[in-house]
Design a binder for this molecule. Structure first.
Ligand SMILES: *Cc1c(COP(=O)(O)O)cnc(C)c1O
Length: 370
């Protein structure tokens, strides 16, 4: 009986168990559990990896995006443009900082922000910041987006929560914008054993403001200069993430090899497959597309193969946002994608044999549900 999960953070722990256990023991014995040497070292190592001058560890990816925007001066009464085809977290973070999200459509080929619609949006509105999402690990069209934000005087803040290690034109994602937000949710390419996040930036002032905001707005201990929050990366998560960062490039290579294998096996299947990518795609998800999506998912589930949909309901149609969130025109490509996409099993410990099982089932189901 086949049993292939869609993601498998536990397998990643077992892959590095000796190193992770040693790191955890070190923290437990050290007796210092919040904002200490492990977090400071991980911030430096992560900043160096991304090619940013600074990195500041926070409690989650959502907080990273919210605090990056706040530290950049974005807040109440200002518009922030992003996509509706993303984790609700992206839009929640914009509202958490007090700003107003303005949602635009995706390019249906890449599932990332449509630069043409962004141009129209920036011409028609006074937009303070733009948040492209490097969805599924694919670089958004940053060349065009960065040119547009520069032309219109808007800030560029990248949502890199699915794109640790991805790059474009030889430059890592997260080093393109004024700031970038990363999530270390357990299933991400770089995942903790709990929640965690990071702001990366080369703006020293912005980094200092995030450092203050993450701990009650302190200027110094017990002196709150601004009204901050409690959003800290803890020492256990930092120690685990230091281990996993050392393996990230190899694991991203595994994901790319698995994606390439899927691509070859599904080439003549008739399903919509990820197009080849400008830049270095790190396949957080391998997403295929079909009008028969629901029947295919049910058939795969019966065969012991788990899939997910990222995401089944666009943010502008979610109960909490529908009818009140601002949308640039209509979002037909976002809505069509939500009906037709599914994410196949994808994690570094998946085997080529697993990929072959998934592809064989999918091809057979495709003949049953043309
Ligand atoms: C996971 C994710 C987030 C939120 O991260 P959390 O750590 O869960 O708060 C934000 N944006 C995107 C695109 C994500 O995938």
């Amino acid at each position: 009986m086949i049993n292939i999960p869609q993601s498998n953070p536990g397998a990643n722990y077992f892959a590095h168990q000796t190193e992770i256990d040693a790191a955890v023991q070190r923290v437990l014995h050290g007796g210092w559990y919040i904002l200490g040497a492990e977090t400071a070292a991980f911030e430096q190592e992560f900043a160096a990896y991304i090619g940013a001058a600074h990195a500041v560890g926070v409690g989650s990816g959502t907080d990273a995006l919210c605090l990056a925007l706040r530290a950049a001066g974005v807040g109440s009464g200002q518009l922030v443009a992003t996509v509706s085809h993303t984790a609700v977290a992206t839009v929640a973070a914009i509202e958490m900082c007090g700003a107003t999200p303005l949602l635009i459509d995706i390019d249906p080929a890449t599932y990332t922000m449509d630069a043409g619609q962004l141009q129209e949006c920036l011409q028609q509105n006074s937009v303070r910041a733009v948040v492209p999402v490097h969805l599924y690990g694919r670089p958004a069209d940053l060349g065009a987006i960065a040119a547009l934000t520069a032309q219109h005087g808007a800030l560029l803040v990248e949502d890199c929560s699915q794109a640790h290690g991805a790059a474009l034109d030889g430059r890592k994602l997260g080093s393109w914008g004024h700031a970038a937000a990363f999530s270390f949710y357990p299933t991400k390419n770089l995942g903790a054993m709990g929640d965690g996040g990071m702001v990366a930036t080369s703006d020293a002032g912005l980094a200092e403001r995030v450092r203050s905001l993450r701990e009650y707005g302190w200027r110094e201990r017990y002196v709150s200069e601004t009204a901050g929050v409690n959003s800290r990366l803890d020492e256990l998560q930092a120690a685990v993430l230091r281990v996993k960062l050392r393996h990230l490039d190899v694991e991203n290579d595994c994901r790319r090899a698995l994606a390439c294998h899927y691509q070859g096996l599904l080439a003549n299947s008739g399903f919509g497959l990820p197009p080849s990518s400008a830049g270095w795609h790190v396949y957080h998800q391998y997403v295929v597309r079909s009008k028969q999506r629901d029947a295919l998912r049910a058939g795969l589930a019966t065969a012991g193969i788990k899939t997910l949909v990222h995401y089944p309901v666009p943010v502008h149609l979610q109960p909490a946002y529908a009818g009140r969130v601002r949308v640039q025109r209509t979002l037909p490509h976002t809505e069509a994608a939500a009906r037709e996409i599914m994410s196949l099993p994808m994690f570094p410990e998946l085997t080529f044999a697993d990929v072959e099982s998934v592809a064989a089932q999918l091809v057979a189901l495709g003949q049953a549900y043309p």
